[in-house]
Design a protein around this ligand. Structure first.
Ligand SMILES: [Zn+2]
Length: 171
C-alpha cells in the first residue's frame, strides 16, 4: 500500500523535524516551507461543539495571507501538540486544496466568539473535521502520530541504512 509512512518520510525530508524537538521550531519550518506564516492560537474550544478536528478541538483557519491553528488550551501538553500536528498534517498533505465539503466547518458566529480579534473578512476557509471527510481525517491523524513518534524517539545511528533496506524489501 502507498502508506502514510512513505508520505511522512518524504515530508520529513522536505520539512525536517527539528532536533531537539520543538513544536514552535517545527511550525516555523512548516511556515517557511509553505511560504505562509502560521499562528498557533490556544483557545477554549468547547464552543466548537465538536466540529473541530480529531476529538473536536482543532481547527485550521486559512486567511488570505496566513494561517491560524486553533487548539484546545485546556488539554495536556501532549494532546495539544498532537492537535497542532494534525492540522500541520492537513497542510502538508495538501488537504486544504482538496477538501470535499462545505466551505466553512464552523459558522461565523462561533468563529467570532472564538477569535474576536481576527477579521472575518480575511478568512478564506475554516477547516474542521466536516470539511475533510474520513480519509483525510485518518491521514492527518496518522501524520500526527508519526510526527509525535519521530519527535520523541531519536532514530538509531544507522537509520538511513535501515530505511534503504526496508524500502528495498517491500518491493
Ligand atoms: Zn482534521
Amino acid at each position: 500500500m502507498s502508506s502514510m509512512a512513505d508520505r511522512f518520510r518524504e515530508l520529513s525530508d522536505a520539512v525536517p523535524i527539528p532536533r531537539p524537538w520543538s513544536l514552535d521550531a517545527y511550525v516555523a519550518v512548516v511556515a517557511e516551507y509553505r511560504k505562509r506564516p502560521i499562528t498557533l492560537a490556544p483557545m477554549d474550544t468547547s464552543g466548537l461543539g465538536g466540529t473541530g478536528c480529531g476529538t473536536g478541538s482543532g481547527l485550521w483557519i486559512a486567511r488570505h495571507d496566513d494561517d491560524i491553528i486553533v487548539y484546545d488550551r485546556d488539554t495536556s501538553p501532549w494532546h495539544a501538540q498532537h492537535i497542532v500536528l494534525h492540522e500541520v498534517g492537513h497542510m502538508l498533505l495538501d488537504h486544504g486544496q482538496q477538501h470535499t465539503g462545505q466551505p466553512d466547518a464552523v459558522g461565523s458566529d462561533a468563529l467570532s466568539r472564538l477569535l474576536p480579534s481576527i477579521s472575518l473578512d480575511s478568512v478564506r476557509r475554516v477547516l474542521g473535521r466536516d470539511a475533510y471527510g474520513d480519509d483525510y481525517e485518518r491521514d492527518a491523524e496518522a501524520f500526527a502520530d508519526a510526527a509525535m513518534l519521530h519527535a520523541t524517539q531519536p532514530p538509531p545511528p544507522n537509520s538511513s541504512m535501515r530505511r534503504t533496506f526496508f524500502r528495498g524489501r517491500r518491493r
